[in-house]
Design a protein around this ligand. Structure first.
Ligand SMILES: Cc1cc2nc3c(=O)[nH]c(=O)nc-3n(C[C@H](O)[C@H](O)[C@H](O)COP(=O)(O)OP(=O)(O)OC[C@H]3O[C@@H](n4cnc5c(N)ncnc54)[C@H](O)[C@@H]3O)c2cc1C
Length: 424
């Protein structure tokens, strides 16, 4: 019988944060560890480009499902298609149900190192009237539903409301410098408003004046920092957008529009909504999470009580707002940490802490995009907002590079993007 003495690294979740972590662990640790990645699906969904595909009338499932099996096989990383149902951190054991067919029995897997990269649960099911009356852009089903509505003549030119439900961020273990967000991820809201305004013009159905942006927070996209928000709002006003802040939360959505919890409402024919980013139900019971169910970590993404447990991406409490750029940085940190444990990297190199400044690019239609690089919300000094054709090309190029590198983009990728965007 073969006895396997190698440390077992188990990565839960194989989208942006999980795939990148697994790949860099293999790069740094070589064959000194066994790696198993578990996800419900055998592909990565390239979520940030869904809005762009939908407005271009392309099925996002055709272009944004990136298969991961071959990449993992080349890395000698084992893949299990399963739904994780529990984690026993005291006994270093996870439970999952094989997901290829219904009816499978619960299986267990032991780990030496665990990386949680399970993202979040986008709670559309908690918004009354969402399925019947609203639209969104966060996966291929909803993207195609909106695509058919817009391109199939469903939209008649009436008012459009675009915004978010309230996000509830946990505070347990939160570093002092980290503000409390009331919306999980408003980049897509801003992106959808700009690109839809262009689409309306192109299809002679109106322009920015059709659209009202709303936010549960004091200002929209507040995590972009005050200088950028001010500039964005000036541009939004010039484009004719309406704007409603402090809506607190959505009470219900009806055919007529959106009702907010304090009794005010917005009339709208098209309601484009992003929900609360919640933790997965089984995670809320774990001893490693905050009040909202997100995994508490230090700045090396490790849990203080269970230092062999790491979290990356949207399921980590430190990921606020919930954007992929944070997950990418955290994935590299966790791979370095595990390499350090395996004696493959010095502490000096591995222990560089997470800093939540971020770079993000959003489509504006007509081959233009916005680019932002900011950390002022967390007390930093970086605040760059640019708009133009170059940033659209860069957004497309990023996806191309991501596919070609199988999620393992070079460490100079983001600094190079910043250099091209900000200096050239
Ligand atoms: C419309 C839209 C546009 C966006 N645009 C941008 C952008 O331009 N830039 C940016 O940085 N961010 C953007 N984001 C945010 C970005 O998509 C997320 O931050 C990113 O996807 C998080 O990556 P993740 O790997 O942590 O989680 P996810 O991408 O959510 O992946 C989680 C993975 O875990 C798997 N999983 C979940 N539960 C289980 C389970 N129980 N068992 C097994 N597997 C499970 C899922 O199948 C999935 O593969 C956007 C988000 C939206 C909705």
């Amino acid at each position: 019988m073969k006895v396997n003495h190698k440390p077992q690294v188990v990565v839960l979740g194989g989208n942006f944060a999980g795939l990148t972590t697994a790949r860099f662990i293999r790069e740094h640790c070589g064959d000194s560890v066994d790696i198993t990645l578990i996800d419900r699906k055998p592909y990565l969904l390239f979520i940030p480009n869904i809005p762009l595909e939908v407005l271009a009338n392309r099925d996002p499932a055709q272009s944004l499902h990136m298969p991961i099996l071959q990449t993992l096989r080349k890395d000698d990383t084992n893949f299990i298609q399963g739904a994780v149902t529990d984690i026993d951190v005291a006994n270093a054991m996870i439970s999952f149900i094989p997901a290829e067919r219904a009816g499978s029995a619960t299986e267990h897997l032991r780990y030496d190192y665990l990386v949680l990269a399970l993202g979040a649960r986008l709670a559309y099911d908690k918004i009354e009237g969402f399925a019947e009356h609203a639209h969104t852009l966060s996966d291929c089903f909803y993207g195609n539903k909106l695509r058919q509505y817009l391109h199939g003549g469903g939209y008649k030119g009436g008012p459009i409301a675009i915004g978010s439900a309230r996000f509830f961020q946990g505070q347990k273990g939160k570093p002092d410098w980290m503000p409390i967000a009331e919306a999980a991820c408003e980049g897509p809201v801003v992106e959808a408003a700009f690109s839809l305004a262009t689409w309306l013009k192109e299809h002679r159905l109106g322009d920015g004046k059709n659209i009202t942006l709303f936010t549960p927070a004091k200002t929209i996209a507040e995590d972009a920092g005050e200088p950028i928000v001010k500039e964005l709002l000036e541009i939004a006003t010039e484009m004719g957008f309406g704007y409603r802040s402090n809506t607190r939360d959505i009470k219900r959505i009806s055919a007529e529009g959106i009702e907010f919890i304090h009794g005010d409402s917005l009339e709208a024919e098209l309601k484009l909504v992003l929900p609360n980013w919640e933790s997965h139900d089984f995670m809320k019971r774990l001893p490693i999470v905050d009040e909202a169910g997100f995994v508490i970590t230090d700045l090396t993404m490790s849990n203080k009580d269970y230092p062999n447990v790491f979290a990356v991406g949207d399921c980590a409490a430190l990921t606020v707002p919930k954007i992929g750029g944070h997950g990418d940085q955290q994935a590299r940190i966790v791979a370095n940490q595990i390499a350090k444990h395996m004696g493959k990297m010095s502490a000096e190199e591995a222990d560089k802490p997470f800093w939540p400044g971020f770079t993000c690019m959003g489509d504006m239609g007509a081959h233009k995009a916005f680019y932002m690089h900011t950390d002022t919300w967390y007390g930093g000094k970086t605040s760059v907002l640019k708009m133009g054709y170059r940033y659209y090309e860069m957004k497309l190029a990023f996806k191309q590079m991501y596919y070609e590198m199988g999620g393992k983009t070079p460490s100079w990728g983001i600094p190079l993007t910043q250099f091209i965007a900000e200096r050239l």
